[in-house]
Design a protein. Structure first.
Length: 331
């Protein structure tokens, strides 16, 4: 899906050496100029097609490891070491370059024609007082749709994450679904504390849970749980599809649990990573089984909540003007 910002990597991952990244089937070399500015160009030197990500950064730009041809952040050729010609003569040579922004600890790449139409998304509660956060990165062997649907799918948590996120006990939950031009959201009206490790750790027994699941284009999911003013957490994932069946996911975890925030993380962090790894495994299994049994022809049921709406948005349909829906499920 073009015309959007995608995360290529975390800021801390981009040092002196360039990184090879693929976004929407397009191989890119992501690098920092000696000034510190991040950049992204096509990961193929136009001269003899060695990947530019194999090269190194110099004062003149990203130098190819084969013949030393060098390219700056705008994709201009700045040096051909073996050439006797002037720099002006080869400055007209170009490699495709992408607009790049660095914000909140991430390197964002604009995938679309022309200049960016908007800023990259902002992660909520980033460095706010009383809030703590960390980031997890995983590569899923699955499509962008299968990833975002999984992250916002409640019923699977009782099976894939049994005992960690949900347990044997279940209750009927009502869901209010609203949507707009590029988003869809489910609000869980009468949810009770989960019968699980996460539920007992984070949710007071008598808490009134405010829980929303939201999808926004291109491949962004957000899960909010609010138990009290001082007990809240947010799970936000930015999915960067590398190909039709491979997706790099950056998951931002933010929480507020006063006054025990740092202590809560000692348990919350490893549990979150375990849950995410379980999703990595089941999505890989799903992808392998689809390849073995044939193209997807999914059935949708009311228990899927917003999955059908997500599919419609990714297929280019606007959900603006769609009437709110009421559904129910057991979880």
């Amino acid at each position: 899906m073009l015309g959007h910002w995608y995360i290529a990597c975390r800021s801390s991952q981009l040092g002196r050496q360039p990184l090879a990244r693929t976004i929407l089937d397009e191989p890119l070399a992501v690098f920092r100029e000696t000034s510190g500015r991040a950049a992204a160009v096509a990961d193929r030197c136009p001269h003899r097609h060695l990947a530019l990500s194999r090269g190194r950064v110099t004062d003149k730009g990203l130098r190819c490891a084969y013949h030393g041809w060098t390219w700056d952040a705008e994709g201009r050729c700045t040096d051909i070491p073996a050439s006797c010609a002037t720099a002006e003569s080869y400055s007209r040579l170009k490699v495709a370059a992408k607009p790049v922004k660095e914000a909140q600890g991430f390197i964002w790449v604009w995938m679309g024609a022309g200049e960016p139409e908007r800023e990259p998304l902002e992660f909520p509660r980033f460095n706010h007082d009383g809030w703590h956060h960390w980031v997890m990165e995983r590569v899923f062997e699955g499509s962008g749709f299968n990833c975002v649907e999984n992250f916002l799918d409640v019923p699977h948590t009782a099976h894939v994450h049994r005992g960690l996120f949900r347990g044997d006990e279940s209750h009927e939950i009502e869901i209010e679904i609203t949507s707009g031009e590029d988003w869809i959201q489910a609000e869980f009206v009468n949810e009770k504390r989960m019968d699980s490790i996460i539920g007992k750790l984070l949710v007071p027994a008598d808490a009134k849970i405010l829980h929303t699941d939201r999808f926004q284009l291109p491949y962004v999911t957000r899960v909010d749980y609010r138990m009290t003013d001082t007990r809240q957490y947010i799970v936000m994932s930015q999915c960067t599809p590398e190909s039709s069946d491979r997706t790099r996911v950056f998951t931002y975890m933010a929480y507020r649990f006063s006054p025990f925030g740092p202590l809560v993380r000692l348990v919350f962090d490893p549990l979150s990573r375990l849950i995410l790894d379980q999703d990595v495994k089941v999505i890989a299994q799903q992808t392998a089984d689809i390849k073995r049994t044939g193209p997807p022809r999914f059935l949708y049921w009311e228990t899927d909540a917003i999955a059908r709406g997500i599919r419609d948005l990714l297929d280019g349909k606007s959900l603006a003007g769609r009437a709110p829906e009421r559904k129910s499920l057991r979880a």
